[in-house]
Design a protein. Structure first.
Length: 110
């Protein structure tokens, strides 16, 4: 979406879209799922887990980090990544709101 088009939407809508866009690739979903299954992770571990080249994994990690879905700390020559619960809570709230509205309108829909 062009930068000029985002002005027509609320900050909440733009922030939610950014998070969802970052999750719009199966490799990124796999990275999130992997990070949920471990306490912390070094980039090399993620590369070993996925059938992707290291530069590709790094690019996906960068997208997830830029969106705020993960955070990373430098540990020697590697970066340890983990889930950023703030972004996950934002998504949880968004989907909970949708779910609540659908439940209220359950018998009103076609």
């Amino acid at each position: 979406m062009g930068i000029t088009k985002t002005e027509f939407f609320t900050q909440k809508q733009n922030d939610t879209a950014l998070l969802m866009k970052a999750l719009g690739h199966p490799a990124r979903i796999a990275i999130i799922e992997y990070l949920m299954s471990v306490d912390a992770c070094i980039c090399g571990d993620i590369v070993n887990e996925l059938a992707l080249a290291q530069p590709t994994v790094s690019q996906h990690l960068k997208e997830l980090k830029n969106a705020g879905l993960i955070k990373g700390n430098i540990s020697g020559n590697a970066i340890c990544y983990c889930i950023d619960d703030t972004a996950i809570n934002t998504l949880r709230g968004y989907f909970l709101e949708i779910s609540d509205n659908l439940e209220k309108k359950k018998n009103m829909c076609c």
